[in-house]
Each structure stands twice: as structure tokens, then as C-alpha cells.
Ligand binder design. Structure first.
Ligand SMILES: O=C(O)CCC(=O)c1ccccc1C(=O)O
Length: 357
């Protein structure tokens, strides 16, 4: 059955505390929800279009405008027929809505026919931010809840403090936890080499985007043996991914709504698999509608998925789902998580328009 109606909604959810993304200080997470409905209204699927200021080039206004133009001029049909030139956030929203519609139609989540069995659980990479003391307290709380992978932001400016936190976490948890560092391209090669001398004995899985100039990641690895993960480079200079010497990379961090959709994310996850890299599903503070879909993707891409960057839901004051994403992620299977992504609390949505398809 095809979708007959399209409902567009807006949402604005306050962050628990202000979030800063590349100098953009954000108080609210704003986005658009697409709902596809069957003619009798019995089947509904959701998708989310949510560019993040500081991360995306398109604004929410531009994304909404483009989406409306798309709906006006095209039949919402199949995922592989989407036109060129859609903004990454728009493409992701359409793809998720279409994948989800197929799933509610058939009763099984997408990719279910895959030969590789899905993972039974998806570990989450816990984000640690703030002052030293609150980071340590938070890490202990999360450790007791079962988290074993932690991510710290590092810049040349906070390098000393971060080294102190790394030491403390290593002493406390030893080999039982894995630490990831995310430098968001803030170090010069020499600064990164200097910094790395101090972390070599610690349990660091990788540094995400260590260098302002990612071309030098191979040289960084040659001088330090520290492996890098790509995030920003995957959309800024995607061709670089194939240019690094073996061993220089450890992981690809995949943010579907920045990369340009689910199909693109699956392509990169396959490249990671073929090249012995971790595929780390990640997010950009979307609602549980997207996060539960990403959890499902993570479960699909590997039988033992790497800890996924889906801890961002915690920063939203409330979720759009009846059962907020992450509130019971330790007990739910990815399948259950996936179907929970369809139970949307419409009270948080502001209707904007209805289209007949
Ligand atoms: O990858 C994760 O663990 C969470 C996502 C995350 O850190 C993030 C979220 C929004 C914008 C930028 C980033 C980032 O990776 O720097």
C-alpha cells in the first residue's frame, strides 16, 4: 500500500543545558516531523528533518522549503529514486519516513532479510562534558548503569585538563572501559603529536578528527601510532577516506543526517567492514524517532556493533516518543527499540500542513 497523506509538523524541544556546536550556542532543538499515512489513516510512519546549526549548511527554513518543493514536484516513491541535490537532512528525513512506511506495511523493520543476524544489543557511547569533577561523577554513575565506552572532547586549550581526566578514568576503571577522544579538527600536527605522547599508555581507542588538516592523519599515525576516526572529513573531503595508509584509521563515525541519508550511511558502513574499520553510528541531537532508527541501523551493520553515538537524546528535556529513547535501552532489543520509534507523542508536535499524495 502506498502512503496517501503527508502531515508536516514542527517541534522545538528545550535542551537540558545549552549546547554549543562550533560557536553556535543552542537553547532548543528544532526540527520537522514528516508523517506518512495510508488512506484509511491506519498506518502511519515517521521521519525527521533536523539540520543542526553549526553542523549543517542548510537552515531549518531552507530544509522545509526544499522539502515542500520536492513534495510539490515529485511523487514520494522509492528510496533509490530520490533526486540529486537534496540537502542531507532532507534526504535523511524522506528516507527514514519511506523505510518506516515499508516496515509498518509489512510488519518487519527494514533490512530484516539481511544474511547477517542482527545484534541483540547496541551499546551506547556516553558523552562526558563539563568540568573535571562533574565528568568523574557522571562517569561513575554511567559505569554503574553498564556503560563501558566514554567520549571526551579535547582541544589544545583544554588538553591539560583532559589529560588529567583521562588519567583519573584510567586509574578508576582500568582496562574495563574504552575511551574515545574527539578533537573536532582542533590540533595542528605538532600539537597532536605532543598531546599523544601523554596518552599512549591509556586506554584510548582512537582520536576522532585530531587535525585541522586531516590530510596529515597518515603522518600523525606514523609519528605516534595513535589511530584516528573520521567524522567531519567524511562530508568535507570524502575522497580522503581512501588515501590513508593502512592502520592510520580505526573508525568511521557516521551521522546519517549530516552525511546525506541512510543509503549513504550503509555504503560507508560497508566500506568500514571491508577495510577492518569500526562503523560508529552517531547522531546530531535528533529526537528518538531518528535515534531508534539509527540504533536499528547499528544493530544491522554488525553482529557486535561498536558503541554508538546515540547518547545525545539525554540532552533533550523530553522526547517525541511515548517511551523516550534511551530510557530503557539496556533491556530493549533493537527490534523493540525500532518499533518504539513509531509510538510518537503527538502532543509535542505543532501541525504545520497536510498534503494529499
Ligand atoms: O558521536 C557521538 O558520540 C555523539 C554525537 C556528537 O558528539 C556530536 C553531536 C552533534 C554535533 C557534533 C558532534 C560531534 O561528534 O562533534
Amino acid at each position: 500500500m502506498n502512503a496517501s497523506f503527508l502531515h508536516l509538523y514542527r517541534y522545538s524541544i528545550p535542551f537540558n543545558e545549552p549546547v554549543t556546536v562550533r560557536n553556535h550556542r543552542l537553547l532548543n532543538r528544532e526540527g520537522i516531523i514528516i508523517a506518512l499515512k495510508s488512506s484509511d489513516g491506519a498506518m502511519i510512519s515517521y521521519g525527521e528533518i533536523a539540520p543542526l546549526p553549526g553542523l549543517h549548511e542548510e537552515t531549518l527554513h531552507m530544509a522545509e522549503h526544499q522539502f515542500m518543493e520536492y513534495i510539490y514536484n515529485h511523487k514520494l516513491s522509492t528510496i533509490d529514486l530520490l533526486p540529486e541535490g537534496l540537502f542531507p537532512s532532507v534526504k535523511t528525513g524522506i528516507e527514514i519516513a519511506l523505510f518506516n512506511f515499508k516496515a509498518v506495511n509489512s510488519g518487519i523493520p527494514p533490512f530484516f532479510s539481511s544474511p547477517s543476524p542482527s545484534a541483540s544489543r547496541v551499546p551506547i557511547n556516553a558523552l562526558l562534558a563539563g568540568e573535571r569533577e562533574s565528568i568523574i561523577v557522571r562517569a561513575e554513575t554511567l559505569y554503574n548503569l553498564g556503560y563501558r565506552t566514554f567520549k571526551l572532547k579535547v582541544t589544545p586549550k583544554n588538553a591539560e585538563q583532559t589529560l588529567g581526566v583521562i588519567r583519573e578514568l584510567s586509574l578508576k576503571f582500568g582496562e574495563t572501559v574504552a575511551l574515545r577522544l574527539d578533537a573536532n579538527q582542533s590540533f595542528s600536527l605538532d600539537e597532536a603529536v605532543e598531546f599523544s605522547k601523554n596518552i599512549i599508555r591509556d586506554n584510548i581507542s582512537y582520536i576522532e578528527e585530531p587535525l585541522t588538516d586531516p590530510i596529515l592523519i597518515g603522518e600523525f599515525h606514523a609519528r605516534t601510532a595513535v589511530r584516528s576516526a573520521l567524522d567531519e572529513t567524511l562530508w568535507q573531503q570524502p575522497y580522503l577516506m581512501r588515501s590513508f595508509p593502512p592502520g592510520a584509521l580505526k573508525a568511521l563515525v557516521l551521522k546519517p543526517n549530516r552525511l546525506g541519508g541512510i543509503v549513504e550511511t550503509l555504503r560507508l558502513a560497508q566500506y568500514a567492514r571491508e577495510n577492518n574499520l569500526l562503523a560508529v553510528l552517531s547522531s546530531a541531537f535528533e529526537s528518538g524517532i531518528s535515534l531508534s532508527f539509527y540504533a536499528w541501523l547499528a544493530a544491522h551493520t554488525s553482529t557486535e556493533p561498536a558503541a554508538s553515538g546515540l547518547d545525545t537524546g539525554r540532552y533533550l528535556e523530553y522526547d517525541l516518543l511515548d517511551l523516550p529513547f534511551g530510557s530503557s535501552s539496556d533491556t530493549l532489543t533493537p527490534q523493540e527499540l525500532y518499533w518504539n520509534g513509531h509510538k510518537v507523542a503527538t502532543s509535542h508536535l505543532k501541525p504545520s500542513s497536510i498534503w494529499t499524495l
